[in-house]
Ligand binder design. Structure first.
Ligand code: ATP
Length: 489
């Protein structure tokens, strides 16, 4: 649809845009990124024909833009610029209607029903219909932005050029505008070329991104290739971390601020535990990086309070999350920084241990009962029934863990637990074979992210050795205590 070849140009003899080449296909949403002053707007101005270029070519559908008249160009291409300002006090509808100019065939051609329909539709789609008779000078920045977007849309262009379209728009209008543009690229084959400052929005919506640096192309590729930690550091000189979007396969960036958090190294240990008849809790002096399968606070996050709550075996699990949420509130725990687990085990049978390593330590807390014991290799012989968790393993690491180490910690802890099932001769009551755990075991890994860096947690790494030992010893002790209590009954 649009081809730019070896384009150079600027405002004086010294070019701002240097030797830029790229192509945009019909129906693509193409993003232009780059630091302030890298030449994004200058490039867009040259494409739209506002600014003449010094060398190179720009062609649309194989034809040089120099061969089109301004009016022909305006019919094919609409531009929404960054600082659209209006000297006159037009109404919203009048301003939008100006966009139909390129479609008027003679000076005295009257306003057609078709023009009216297109203008009404665009005002509807951009959410400005309600104030169509207001003067645009009375509007907020975001409202005005939407008026100029509607003005571009009524041009019914094949190519839409946008300079930071989400500037001034609140969160909901940013999403709505980009959803709308994406929909038009798919349904109408509209080609969109847009400047973005927000790398995350660009990654979410664009098919491809052009990253400019000092007026030259640094990278031209799909978002996953452009939005990379080293590239962003190189071009923007900024530290970021790249994470996958939680629900769609696109990259997202988070800034790494340049301030240090807590200065003093904290060691989580038994002194932070609190016991009550109904729950065991641990309140850390700072938020910990967590990975857990808690009823509340599951997944990856930062949490400061940890609650293991005793419930009766007959506890109704139909709305357990909501019920747990209320329970936490009623007992003075704010749910959002809290990880909450449940257990049918008596809390007096808890086993916990602080184990020191070389410049780091771990604190393990286990509550364990084995009445729901299951052999994982024969779990198909069990019917599915939600029951309160019976082996809850908490591992607090006083050190800095990588993502890998978090996952390996879970594996190592599981392996140690399975070994306990074997050594304590815990049987699956349905199959009579050695169990590997119970049906609703839960785990938490929580790290202070201070002090020693612990890259791995496989069974024979320094951290893995401590986890193996801690989980094996605590789980063994907790099961023995629980069995002793049952025997005594
Ligand atoms: N009208 C102008 N006359 C002279 N120089 C200009 C003009 N407009 C921009 N420049 C210069 O051209 C360079 C590139 O500006 P441009 O607006 O293209 O950058 P940009 O990447 O869009 O930046 P931003 O992210 O800040 O909007 C800058 O150094 C700027 O000072």
């Amino acid at each position: 649809m649009l081809k730019v070849e070896q384009l150079s140009g600027g405002y004086s003899n010294e070019p701002i845009v240097k030797n830029v080449s790229f192509q945009v296909q019909k129906g693509e949403l193409f993003g232009i990124l780059g630091p302030n002053g890298s030449g994004k707007t200058t490039l867009l101005k040259m494409i739209s024909g506002i600014l003449p270029f010094q060398s190179g070519t720009i062609s649309i559908k194989g034809q040089s833009i120099k061969s089109f008249s301004m009016k022909e160009l305006a019919k094919m291409m609409a531009v929404l610029s960054q600082h659209s300002s209006q000297a006159f006090s037009y109404t919203v509808k009048e301003t939008v209607s100006l966009g139909r100019y390129a479609h008027q065939t003679g000076w005295f051609r009257s306003w057609s029903e078709e023009d009216e329909r297109i203008v009404q539709e665009a005002m509807e789609q951009t959410g400005i219909h309600a104030f169509q008779n207001k003067s645009i000078q009375e509007l907020s920045g975001g409202e005005r932005q939407r008026v100029f977007l509607a003005q571009s849309l009524v041009q019914e262009p094949e190519i839409l050029l946008l300079d930071e379209p989400t500037n001034h728009l609140d969160l909901s209008y940013q999403k709505e505008l980009l959803d709308l543009l994406k929909q038009w690229t798919r349904e109408k084959g509209l080609t969109v070329i847009s400047i973005f400052h927000d790398l995350n929005l660009a990654s979410l919506y664009c098919d491809r991104l052009l990253l400019l640096e000092n007026g030259s192309v640094h990278t031209n590729a799909v978002p996953n290739e452009v939005v990379k930690v080293d590239k962003i550091k190189e071009v923007y000189d900024t530290d970021v971390e790249k994470h996958p979007h939680p629900s769609i396969p696109v990259p997202q960036m988070v800034l790494l601020p340049n301030f240090n958090g807590e200065e003093n190294i904290v060691e989580i240990g038994p002194e932070f535990m609190r016991f009550s008849k109904e729950h065991i809790s641990l309140h850390a002096p700072l938020p910990l990086r967590t990975m857990s399968s808690g009823v509340i606070g599951s997944g990856v996050g930062w949490h400061q309070t940890f609650v293991n709550r005793h419930v009766d075996k007959t506890y109704d699990c139909s709305d357990h999350r909501n019920e747990m949420h209320h329970y936490l509130k009623e007992h003075g725990f704010e749910p959002s920084p809290t990880i909450g687990m449940m257990t049918a085990v008596w809390l007096d049978d808890v086993s916990y241990k602080l184990i020191k390593g070389d410049n780091f330590s771990i604190f393990v807390i286990v509550t364990a009962g084995v009445s729901n014991a299951v052999d994982a290799s024969k779990s198909d012989q069990h019917s599915f029934e939600m029951v309160p968790g019976t082996i809850n393993t908490w591992i607090f690491v006083n050190g800095q863990l990588t993502e890998e180490a978090f996952i390996q910690s879970i594996m190592t802890a599981t392996e140690a637990k399975v070994k306990v099932m074997d050594s304590e001769k815990v049987l699956d009551l349905v199959t009579g074979t050695t169990a590997t755990g119970t049906s609703t075991d839960s785990i938490l890994i929580a790290a202070t992210q201070m002090g020693k860096k612990l890259e791995f947690a496989g069974t024979i790494t320094p951290l893995g050795k401590l986890i193996s030992q801690g989980v094996f010893e605590c789980t063994t002790e907790a099961i023995r205590k629980s069995r002793k209590r049952l025997k005594a009954k």
